[in-house]
Design a protein around this ligand. Structure first.
Ligand code: ARG
Length: 587
């Protein structure tokens, strides 16, 4: 079905055209002043500017035409020439019924026949996932859900960091400690043991130790560099050992992402494109796009119009090792070949902006991106109460797993405080606390514009009042409970009718869902979905306060109101679902 604003824009556009004006000026949007009208069109002002006439005069003519349309209950001029509209209740009711009956709640699936690759998560092998990866995971997951809901073919890829210097650091640390000599014995070429010589806990201890050692000792760093280059060049023992690191890490990561309800279509990593690198490099050399510079092979990407210096993208270091940019460029080749995407989104900390600028320019200059638009969807930092990146109490890097546990504990406390889920079986209660804890984290993260830094304030974010995940879950649970009680009493629900201001406001909110989902997609802005969900819950709460539902004695009225509860719940659940938030059956 056509979104309401689109339908209204077409009607207004036709009126503009009939007056010999540009129909595009007929764009209709929700009114800035909902106390005055439901919708507005500002086009008469622009039209008057073009025609050098009085905007009110033009608006007058347009209003006269629009008034002939029975869809409108009111059409009038406001201020210097804005046109304000109200839609008739019967028209609103009809559209609401249509949206309620639609599997997608009236959201047109504009993305159909388009493919987007979403690169997010991006944890690094052997390093625990920290809160920096949390934001990428939460925002990226929301985008994958949104793009899917809008009809796109979505391919999500975790893009593991599994090919850089940290791999060489780990290998040489294991070597020095003599933990698994067989992988270092050059007379052995395999087969190697199937069992990993290290566990995830080992890796979590080994990596920081190696990293510290390399920082302190240039010789250790050199050793790690050499190990990295040898790994990449294919030394069998190193490859086998590295394979263990990757597998062990992946198992841990899958569990962590799983506990957040996040799934990826592809578990590829930097190393997946290893075989694509030599032919890509050859091709770039042959075409004169890659050149030698200070011993390294680079792709210059500076443009004359650049205001600041743009260093070239380094493809190969003098020891032949590849870098982060090389694997990213080859990954574009891989994605174009296997997915042929229209769009590739990289949900990565905005501090990596420079890196992506280099990679994108190199891809576009060489045409390696096919027809794909490449876009870095950056985000800011999650900070602690001190305004610095979020840390543990002891000052260490906060691990994702610990953060989830913390939020779940807090949710548990809040449930007790609110007297919720009080006499439920322990298992169910724990499951509710888990869902509320995750909702706390996700909603807090998504409700700010992604580019802004925010302070993680668990006490505030876990409240059951205000703009929080738990409040919205509770709002949905409450509607569920009304509907359950109605069902138990044998009360039927029917198509909503609109007889009061609160019902109209709620209906208009519900009919704006398509615009919200389109807008959130266009701006890659999950916060717009959060605003919608919160607004909807508030509208519902006003409706609920003002009207009887279960206690309404007029059977038709009760049925219509139950119908309104039903679509509200469907929309709220849908949007919370896009945010990756689950609604418990009861609380
Ligand atoms: N592993 C990287 C990090 O931890 C993020 C990867 C982002 N994706 C990409 N294609 N570069 O910073």
């Amino acid at each position: 079905m056509t979104p309401l604003t689109e339908e209204l824009s077409a009607i207004a556009g036709a009126a503009f055209a009939a007056e010999g004006l540009d129909p595009a000026l007929g764009r209709v949007q929700p009114a800035d002043r909902p106390d005055l009208a439901q919708f507005q069109c500002n086009g008469a002002l622009a039209a008057a500017k073009q025609a050098k006439t009085n905007p009110r005069e033009i608006a007058q003519k347009l209003v006269a035409r629009l008034k002939q349309n029975t869809l409108f209950a009111k059409v009038e001029i406001a201020g210097p020439g804005f046109i304000n509209f109200n839609i008739s209740d019967s028209a609103l009711t009809g559209r609401l019924a249509q949206a309620a009956a639609d599997a997608h709640l009236g959201v047109p699936r504009d993305g159909a026949n388009r493919t987007v690759v979403i690169d997010f998560g991006g944890p690094n092998v052997a390093k625990p996932m920290h809160v920096g990866h949390l934001r990428s995971s939460i925002i990226g997951d929301c985008l994958q859900r949104l793009y899917r809901a809008n009809g796109w073919h979505v391919v999500s890829d975790v893009h593991l960091g599994d090919w850089g210097l940290q791999m060489g650091q780990l290998i040489s640390e294991v070597g020095r400690r003599g933990l698994a000599p067989v992988y270092f014995d050059e007379t052995v070429t395999g087969p190697y043991p199937a069992q990993s010589p290290v566990t995830m806990d080992d890796l979590e201890e080994l990596y920081p130790a190696a990293s510290v050692a390399c920082k302190a000792d240039p010789e250790r760093l050199e050793e790690a560099r050499t190990a990295t280059a040898e790994l990449q060049a294919g030394r069998p023992g190193y490859r086998a050992l590295w394979q263990h690191f990757v597998r062990v890490s992946e198992q841990g990561l899958e569990r962590e992402f799983g506990s957040l309800g996040i799934h990826f279509d592809l578990w590829k990593g930097e190393s997946s494109v290893d075989a694509l690198i030599p032919p890509m490099v050859e091709d770039l050399k042959t075409r004169g796009l890659a050149v030698m510079s200070e011993g390294a092979l680079v792709v210059p990407i500076a443009r004359e119009t650049d205001k600041k210096e743009m260093p070239p993208l380094i493809l190969l270091k003098s020891d032949g090792a590849v870098l982060y940019g090389t694997t990213d460029l080859a990954t574009i080749v891989d994605r174009v070949r296997t997915q042929n995407p229209d769009l590739i989104l990289y949900v990565v900390d905005h501090r990596q902006h420079g890196h992506f600028e280099q990679v994108f320019r190199a891809a576009e200059k060489s045409g390696l991106n096919g027809h794909a638009v490449l876009e870095h969807v950056g985000y800011g930092t999650m900070n602690g109460p001190d305004g610095k990146p979020f840390k543990t109490r002891a000052g260490g890097v906060m691990k994702l797993y610990d953060l989830i546990a913390m939020a779940t504990d807090e949710a548990e406390k809040r449930l007790t405080e609110q007297g919720l889920a009080a006499d439920y079986p322990a298992e169910e209660r724990a499951e509710i606390a888990r869902k509320v804890g995750i909702a706390t984290i996700k909603f807090a993260d998504l409700s700010n514009h992604r580019q802004t830094d925010y302070i993680f304030d668990l006490t505030r974010f876990s409240r059951f009042e205000g703009k929080t995940g738990p409040y919205l879950q509770y709002a949905a649970v409450r509607i569920q409970s009304i509907l359950r009680k109605a069902e138990d009493a044998g009360y039927a629900a029917a198509s909503p009718t609109l007889r009061s201001a609160e019902e109209r406001v709620l209906a208009l909110r519900l009919l704006s869902l398509p615009d919200i989902m389109r807008g959130a997609e266009a701006k890659r802005a999950p916060n717009l979905l959060c605003d919608f969900a919160f607004g909807l819950a508030q509208d519902f709460s006003r409706f609920y306060t003002e009207h009887h539902i279960l206690s309404e004695s007029d059977v038709d009225l009760r049925a219509a109101r139950l119908g309104l509860c039903r679509v509200t719940l469907a929309a709220l659940t849908r949007v919370l679902g896009l945010l990756g938030i689950e609604v418990p059956a009861r609380m």
